[in-house]
Design a protein around this ligand. Structure first.
Ligand code: 2AM
Ligand code: CA
Length: 270
């Protein structure tokens, strides 16, 4: 049973205006002194702003949609046993390290799933004021411009691939030698440090793929929906579907290079 069109449209417009409001707040505060804490390891950062932005959305959801659920990074979410119900999957700041070190190149990411099906996706590049959005079967947009479908004739040697340099060093998950060969076989590589932004670049065609070995649901929830609406595909590194609750590797890309990428990654996987 899919969410009805009018309910979805109202929800979409509300989320849009709340995102713009949260983004304006972040821009207003961007030069204020930051309290930075670490989470699982010294590279895993969180600031008061991550928590504030998540709390902003958690409060809106509670007030306007008390029957909806929240799956989110910074602790205001619900414990979900399965994918039932309408679930907001939120990363208040994706790319916290960029937020802290660069004051740019981070995004607010929100995916709304109904019974596990992605209905609405938003990725807001706050400092550039670029809002990527999509509704299932309704296309994807960058601000008010509809994004065209991805070029179906892309070859690997004319593709730009986003990935983290870490996977080119000796590591426990993939054979770096195979990853190094992949790097040689593509036109170029980029590392942006925000999964959500990397999804948005694949959606707009300024990158052709984003590969990562471990994401949480809130890192890919919105991106998967937006990429899908331009004809892109998102799986794990062995080509399997990823679900709303998964902690997983991700390959999101132009479908014309998906087979090649999965072939390299299957070979690389330890
Ligand atoms: P974050 O900034 O919200 O933590 C950086 O390569 C990308 O990976 C960012 O999107 C970052 O999201 C995410 N990331 C960082 N640490 C992570 C972890 N331990 N698990 C999953 N994703 C992580
Ligand atoms: Ca985050």
């Amino acid at each position: 049973m899919y969410m009805d069109v009018i309910t979805r449209e109202i929800l979409f417009n509300r989320v849009r205006s709340w995102m713009l409001e949260a983004g304006a707040f972040i821009r207003h505060k961007i030069n204020d002194p930051l309290v930075i804490n670490t989470k699982s390891n010294p590279k895993d950062l969180v600031t008061e702003m991550d928590r504030k932005v998540e709390f902003f959305f958690a409060s809106k959801i509670k007030r306007y949609y008390p029957d909806h659920l929240l799956l989110s990074e910074e602790g205001y979410g619900d414990k979900l046993a399965d994918t039932s119900g309408t679930v907001w999957v939120i990363d208040p700041i994706d790319g916290t390290m960029n937020f802290v070190h660069q004051k740019q190149n981070f995004a607010i990411s929100i995916g709304i799933y109904d019974q596990g099906v992605g209905e609405i996706g938003f990725i807001y590049d706050v400092m550039r004021n670029n809002l990527f959005s999509a509704m299932r079967k309704n296309g994807a947009y960058k601000n008010d411009q509809r994004l065209p479908r991805l070029d179906e004739n892309k070859s690997l040697n004319e593709s730009i691939i986003c990935l983290n340099h870490y996977w080119l060093t000796e590591n426990r998950l993939v054979d770096e030698k195979v990853m190094q060969q992949l790097i040689k076989d593509v036109r170029g590589t980029r590392t942006y440090g925000s999964a959500a932004l990397e999804f948005s670049y694949v959606a707009e065609g300024s990158a052709d793929a984003y590969i990562t070995m471990g994401l949480e649901p809130w890192d890919f929830a919105a991106g998967k929906i937006i990429v899908q609406e331009v004809g892109g595909v998102t799986t794990n590194i062995t080509g399997e579907e990823v679900g709303m609750l998964d902690r997983t590797s991700i390959v999101t890309c132009n479908p014309s290079i998906q087979g090649f990428l999965i072939e390299y990654l299957m070979k690389a996987k330890k």
